[in-house]
Design a protein around this ligand. Sequence first.
Ligand SMILES: *Cc1c(COP(=O)(O)O)cnc(C)c1O
Length: 389
Amino acid sequence: MADTPSDPTFPAAGSPPIRITKPLLPDLQDLVHGLQDVWDAEWLTNNGSQAQRLEVLVREYLDVPHLSLFNNGTIALLIGLQSLGLEGEVITTPFTFPATTHVLNWNRLSPVFCDIEPESLTIDAGQIEAHITERTSAILGVHVFGNPCRLTEIDRIADRHGLAVVYDAAHAFGTTVDGRGIGTFGDLSMFSFHATKLFHTAEGGALTFRDPSLKPRVDLLRNFGIKSESEVILPGINGKMNEIQAVLGQLVLTMVDSERQARGAVRDRYRRNLADVPGLRMLEPSEPVSNSEQYLVIQVDEEEFGVPCGQVYSALRSRGVLARRYFAPLISDVPCYSQLPSAAPELLPVAHNAASSVLTLPFYGTLPPATVDAICTIVRDSRAGVPHR
Ligand SMILES: *Cc1c(COP(=O)(O)O)cnc(C)c1O
């Protein structure tokens, strides 16, 4: 592959740019067929039969005991944190999508940023205890790019200090650890079913939780806290998944396994193409963790590779390949959080290095092998002029 000549016409003139993902789209006739049931029932939302059916299917797929569906992942996490009755400070990662931190803020919880581990890019369990104060009530980890946090270590820390453990599992749909569903770890986990996620309902999400008594509470919070026609017992919000989302979800769920298989082949091709490039590494979990196949992520070691990650990004962009820099800027650097003492860049060196060196590349089952090769050629050629060692 090293000798593949760059194709100056890639992607062909006038062709659309190559996005980092494409949503799974079921056959339109199948969707129409499913919607016919909704039309017949004349029932569009409020825990209808389609949402109830999808709730069971997703619970079984994720292999978790308790699950509730939501209109999106952010509201799910917002409600999940609310349901635990947390106060004070929550120790979390700065290397994440803004929603993770924003839902703390919306719950009047103060984020306390903890640096991440250089290999997995998840919260550094070894540094969590140093951030614990008498105000700490929980740890909020993110299984970033499908890499699980240090689950047992975090559980042990939480037990020792009486803290709740919450996971943003938006990147980890279907991930298993030693054959166990990732949603069974911690007190609760959030999954996102946004269109850019592997399994999606256009917009949507779910919470999974350990304590069965949380389900009625969470379900009340997702429906304004309305218990009966005459009783409102909690300050709830509107987090309900509607029937159209639920029909779409049932169809998309049947496509997930074959998409994951197809993405596995695409990932293999990327790996073969990039394996021998000094200063590049592909971020992927290994045994006993199954790959969620949601993202294709590389990390560029500027010193060894020869040019910074930003240059690889620009080279791809200029050729119509819409790589993304997840997650830059760090959420600890945006104005609403940058004044927090724990947001000081010198306290988060690994996260800052990740933000400036990690790149997400196009990744979906129908991505043609030749396109993967061409993308990898652009990546390799972006270090043109750097002498080979
Ligand atoms: C997608 C995502 C969310 C938000 O989920 P929505 O369903 O879009 O609200 C939260 N956290 C992470 C890490 C995500 O990738």
